[in-house]
Design a protein around this ligand. Structure first.
Ligand code: NCD
Length: 337
């Protein structure tokens, strides 16, 4: 695809070569994300970071990624304090904010809202999550992480076995990640969820039509066996009509040290898009795995920065100019990695 000026709305817009290009650029961003080098390649550029739904890491990491490229960030992080709460349409908001920004990242609770916003925008828009639908930058950082983690175990994405666990019906991260994996070959997906929270049937059909193997089960212990990666998700409480309804499923599937040791293969990579729900009644990914070398969740969040830097650099067409303005960092940076 042509990245220059493109909206990034769905993983479906990528070919495998596009993903390779994003990852290649992401690799070049590592010294900047690690505070070894500074670049000013986006000096003067403004990111409109529009979050109309709760977010911590997606919003902050998109903002940091833009800052690390030398750009400035303006953001709104609450529907209540934005004009959307006064009845403003997405069309009007898009026309206005795109006049102030060079690029926009947008998150919104409604499926399809970011596409609608992008149609009215005068600058490129990146989907930071549209309701239960898609979360393309998360899928890219997840895949980038999987590739790196598997590589250190001498494995590849093609031919891997992955278990996805939890609220697969509402989780946009697993929707986007599965669809991104359509670009790869011969993957076995074990989808572990309560029957009511199964992966949407259309996505399962797409996976099988692409030649992948899909096992759907409610039996976590059996499902955990023989995977290279396990990807936990939170019950997406905000997508249920009532909290009580979400409570039915909370805590149904949990991974902790003893379950991992008993049922997972050694070295199985443990992932979660975060936030993990650490309340006692949920606790889908226990703190007793925090020191486990296969726990990749904080490498995932670090990788989110370089992948998002790559998206900005490609869409704003500066990927080959990042090093031109680079200088060394002058402040204390030890101990970060
Ligand atoms: C996820 C999201 O918002 O979809 N978080 C994230 O972006 N890392 C997952 C979640 O909220 O459970």
């Amino acid at each position: 695809m042509e990245f220059r000026g493109a909206h990034i709305l769905s993983v479906k817009q990528f070919e495998r070569s596009d993903v390779d290009r994003i990852f290649e650029v992401a690799d070049t961003m590592v010294p900047y994300a690690r505070r070894e080098r500074i670049t000013r390649v986006l000096e003067g550029a403004i990111l409109g970071n529009m979050f109309f739904e709760p977010s911590t890491r997606t919003r902050v990491s998109f903002g940091c990624a833009f800052n690390l490229l030398g750009g400035q960030v303006r953001e709104t992080s609450d529907v209540k304090t934005s004009s959307i709460s006064k009845g403003e349409s997405l069309y009007d908001t898009a026309r206005v904010i795109s006049g102030y920004s060079d690029i926009i990242v947008m998150r919104h609770p409604q499926m399809g809202s970011v596409n609608e916003f992008a149609k009215a925008s005068r600058v490129p828009v990146i989907n930071g999550g549209d309701g239960p639908n898609e979360h393309p930058s998360q899928a890219l950082l997840d895949l980038y992480t999987i590739k790196k983690e598997l590589l250190s175990n001498d494995r590849q994405v093609d031919g891997m076995n992955i278990a996805m666990i939890g609220d697969l019906k509402h989780g946009r991260t697993v929707h986007s990640l599965s669809q991104l994996l359509l670009l790869y070959d011969n993957i076995t997906f074990t989808l572990i969820s309560p029957t009511e929270l199964k992966m949407p049937a259309e996505i399962v059909s797409e996976l099988t039509a692409a030649g992948h193997k899909v096992i759907e089960t409610e039996d976590m212990e059996a499902g955990l066996n023989d995977n290279h990666t396990v990807y936990l998700t939170r019950i997406q409480e905000e997508r249920f009509t009532t909290k009580l309804e979400a409570d039915i499923y909370r805590g149904r599937f949990r991974l902790n040290q003893s379950i991992y040791t008993r049922y997972c293969q050694p070295n199985t990579v443990i992932m979660h898009p975060l936030p993990r729900d650490s309340r006692e009644e949920a606790n889908e990914l226990d703190n007793d795995l925090n020191q486990h070398p296969s726990l990749a969740i904080f490498r995932q969040t670090d990788n989110g920065v370089v992948v998002r830097m790559a998206l900005f650099a490609l869409v704003l067409d500066v990927a080959d100019k990042v090093d031109d303005s680079a200088t060394d960092v002058g402040w204390y940076t030890q101990g970060r990695f």
